[in-house]
Ligand binder design. Structure first.
Ligand SMILES: Cc1cc2nc3c(=O)[nH]c(=O)nc-3n(C[C@H](O)[C@H](O)[C@H](O)COP(=O)(O)O)c2cc1C
Length: 200
């Protein structure tokens, strides 16, 4: 297959890391911002931005509140899709797969690495629930700060998710809208990837 340059290599996680590294140099902010798509219990799609925090050997990791709308949707369906769009590179990376909760040592370590204000904010926010006023949230932050002090533990309602892809598609802008697209597909982590070029 004529797959060279920015598409070279057989491990899609390696290519994803290379593209993210490039975007980190060229994007004006948040090169790791990605849209996370879920479906609710009625099958109605939902989408919002989250930050990609790690690309490990077989998964994409992000962090959130487990009781948020996305947290509930992810727990219910066990599936999600992601898309990263880098305007500066004119490239897109699409990812679909199975999602599992990551609420062990890795989540503790990531929580501990966040600023104190962010850690207290995670405690104070009942993410996706109605909020009567900004003042009510600030009052909760003050209360939590007094209760938890300067080293709050990770709340058990907040942590990571890992998405293990069964499909990853790399897209790069080409002349005359003749873009390059390559898709990697596999049944599960134990299977080999099948790689195909797609029509733009
Ligand atoms: C660039 C960007 C990055 C974001 N990153 C996160 C994130 O990593 N985790 C998170 O819970 N929310 C993040 N948010 C907020 C979410 O988009 C969303 O508003 C919030 O998580 C509630 O979504 P939900 O009600 O569907 O659960 C981010 C928003 C933006 C615009």
């Amino acid at each position: 297959m004529d797959r060279t340059g920015i598409f070279a290599g057989d491990d899609p996680f390696v290519i994803a890391r290379e593209w993210l590294d490039e975007a980190t140099k060229s994007e004006i902010n948040d090169p790791n911002a990605m849209a996370l798509a879920t479906v609710d219990q009625d099958g109605l799609p939902n989408v919002r931005m989250v930050l990609l925090k790690e690309i490990s050997a077989d998964a994409f990791w992000f962090y959130t509140n487990y009781q948020s709308a996305k947290g509930r949707e992810l727990e219910h369906s066990g599936r999600a899709a992601l898309v990263l769009h880098w305007k500066s590179l004119r490239r897109q990376l699409r990812i679909r797969g199975n999602v599992t909760r990551e609420d062990g040592a890795a989540a503790d370590a990531y929580f501990a690495s966040r600023s104190l204000k962010s850690r207290l904010g995670a405690w104070a926010s009942h993410q996706s629930q109605p909020l009567e006023s900004r003042g009510a949230l600030m009052a909760r932050v003050a209360k939590i700060t007094a209760q938890k002090g300067t080293n709050p533990p990770r709340p058990d309602f907040w942590g990571g998710f890992r998405l293990e892809p069964v499909e990853m598609e790399f897209w790069a802008d080409g002349a005359f809208r003749l873009h390059d697209r390559f898709v990697w597909r596999r049944e599960g982590p134990e299977n080999e990837w099948e790689i195909q070029r797609l029509n733009p």
